[in-house]
Design a protein around this ligand. Structure first.
Ligand SMILES: Nc1ncnc2c1ncn2[C@@H]1O[C@H](COP(=O)(O)OP(=O)(O)O)[C@@H](O)[C@H]1O
Ligand SMILES: [Mg+2]
Length: 259
């Protein structure tokens, strides 16, 4: 039984390259993610955040250690099981949106369903509901080049959510957005996390974005350095933000190093 642990990361290491070109990107990282958590991962550039997310997404193979999703070892998945895992259990949100330019917003959003042969009324209902939640109903017929960055990222968020994944992985989702659009995106992701108990793991440099999380792991040189938990009943976003900024300052010897 996996109980309410959606994800278990157990002693993950990742070494890229060989000999003089060797980079130890992850040096033994372990943590669990519970259902409904909104987990933030922070750390300086090069600390291993993207590598960690890509290991969870099975796009990068860890050098050692295990990653379990709902109790199943992700390294054991093959063929359709692996495709299902990538396509249905995981939703991925990228910094640069990664929308397909020749598809409309609507086509981009339903792409994960089309690829799995799921279309029709159910998909249409899901799309309408998500579009309303993310405030993108009026841009669904537009192409990416006709949308603002904020709209593009909310379309990408809808695409990450449409297949109802067990976990959403987001790599710097506000990295290419201005502060207003960052706030809009975070408000919406946070509402979806709270109202649907959607589990989200988000890598970010941005203390404002991180302040929406329920817990934050800080990574330094491929190792866990610190953890912060927000006490939801009592703590405001502002107070959590202050605590995050304090750790970030310790992490890099000044936020300039971290950002
Ligand atoms: N495909 C790769 N090949 C070789 N080195 C890599 C590769 N991807 C990342 N690295 C190295 O691993 C370290 C961690 O990178 P990354 O996970 O991208 O960090 P972050 O996302 O925190 O900036 C860095 O030193 C980076 O140069
Ligand atoms: Mg990265």
């Amino acid at each position: 039984m996996y109980s309410n642990r959606v994800l278990q990361v157990e002693s993950i290491t990742k070494v890229y390259g060989k000999g003089d070109n060797k980079t130890e990107a992850l040096r033994g990282i372990s943590f669990d993610v519970l259902k409904g958590e909104f987990l933030g991962i922070m750390g300086a550039s090069g600390s291993g955040k993207t590598t960690l997310l890509n290991c969870i997404a099975t796009m990068v193979k860890p050098s050692s250690g295990r990653i379990l999703l709902k109790g199943n070892d992700t390294s054991s998945f093959k063929g359709t099981q692996l495709a299902d895992y990538r396509g249905k259990e995981i939703g991925y949100l990228f910094q640069e949106f990664e929308l397909l330019d020749n598809l409309t917003a609507r086509e981009n959003v339903i792409l994960p369903l089309s690829l799995h042969g799921v279309t029709g009324k159910q998909a249409e209902r899901e799309l309408r509901e998500l579009a309303k939640r993310l405030d993108i109903t009026n841009v669904l017929e537009k192409f990416p080049s006709q949308m603002s960055g904020g709209q593009k990222q909310r379309i990408a968020a809808a695409r990450a959510l449409i297949a109802k994944p067990s976990i959403v992985l987001a790599d710097e989702p506000t990295g290419a957005l201005d502060s207003k659009n960052s706030r809009i995106l975070m408000d919406k992701l946070s509402a979806i996390n709270k109202e649907q108990q959607k589990t989200i793991v988000m890598v970010t440099h941005d203390a404002n974005a991180a302040s929406y999380c329920s817990r934050i792991l800080f990574i330094q040189d491929g190792r866990l350095f610190h953890e912060l938990r927000r006490s939801f009943e009592r703590e405001t976003t502002e107070s959590f933000y202050e605590r995050i900024v304090t750790v970030v300052a310790q992490l890099g010897g000044g936020s300039a190093n971290v950002l």
